[in-house]
Design a protein around this ligand. Structure first.
Ligand code: PLP
Length: 236
């Protein structure tokens, strides 16, 4: 199989698994979006995925995203890029230039900088707030109070270019599926609580699930799974 065919067959397979997981969880077909995580893979691999009908991509590092995606956008303006990795304040300017969504917002300072850079170029950007639910991952808000503080800041009208859409989390890297499940269900509970408090926002997006745990995430209410390895192969 050529790389092109392999990536297409991987995407078809995952889409089928997503559909199956939706059905098993009693969820509506098409309620879970696939984000293809192309980090560490060359631009050619992204084109292969696009050829297979995949238009939503995730990248961890702004620098790498910037070296790949501008040329892709030229050819395919309907491609969406989400930034999913820890974001340093000094990378925000470039991030908001190329991303339609930043999923890894983990502090109020970042929201302030995103607002500042978006205001400069007159662009609105969607964000997810990343919450820390698993022992192994270090990133994300650690308390629901700190989440609330950020949402309150936006709700007060301090960041009109920043559109909160929901939450993102990473489960611990373990074989223990119950631990993984707990991590996702905690995220969902906190998301529901925040939606109750901030009724003027639509916080319905839950970005949860990767190659090894996306089926559990879908059972626990994920609306977007971020899949890299199962599409593009091992990262080197
Ligand atoms: C790398 C990465 C993924 C994809 O991981 P796979 O296990 O390769 O599917 C998803 N989310 C985040 C935040 C990542 O850094």
């Amino acid at each position: 199989m050529s790389m092109n065919e392999l990536i297409k067959s991987n995407i078809d397979k995952i889409k089928k698994q997503i559909k199956e997981a939706e059905k098993n969880a009693g969820r509506k077909e098409g309620s879970v979006k696939l984000l293809a995580v192309s980090k560490f893979h060359p631009v050619e691999a992204v084109y292969d995925a696009i050829n297979a009908g995949q238009f939503d991509f995730g990248e961890n590092r702004v620098q790498e995203a910037f070296s790949k995606f501008p040329e892709i956008f030229q050819k395919f303006p309907n491609v969406n890029l989400h930034i999913i990795g820890q974001l340093q304040t000094n990378k925000v300017k470039k991030a908001v230039e190329i991303a339609t969504m930043i999923e890894s917002v983990d502090r109020l300072e970042l929201v302030k900088e995103i607002e500042k850079q978006c205001a400069k170029i007159g662009k609105n950007i969607e964000i997810l707030l990343e919450f820390h639910t698993g022992e192994e991952s270090k990133s994300g808000y650690k308390t629901s109070e700190s989440l609330e503080e950020t949402l309150e800041f936006i709700a007060q009208g301090n960041a009109p270019h920043v559109i909160p859409k929901g939450f993102m989390t990473m489960a611990p890297f373990t074989e223990d599926t119950e631990l993984i499940r707990k991590s996702f269900s905690l995220m969902r509970e906190i998301a529901e609580r925040m939606q109750e408090k901030f009724k003027n926002f639509n916080l319905s997006e839950l970005s949860m699930g990767m190659t090894h745990d996306f089926e559990i995430a879908i059972q626990e209410g994920s609306t977007e799974v971020r899949v890299g390895t199962a599409i593009f192969g091992q990262r080197t």
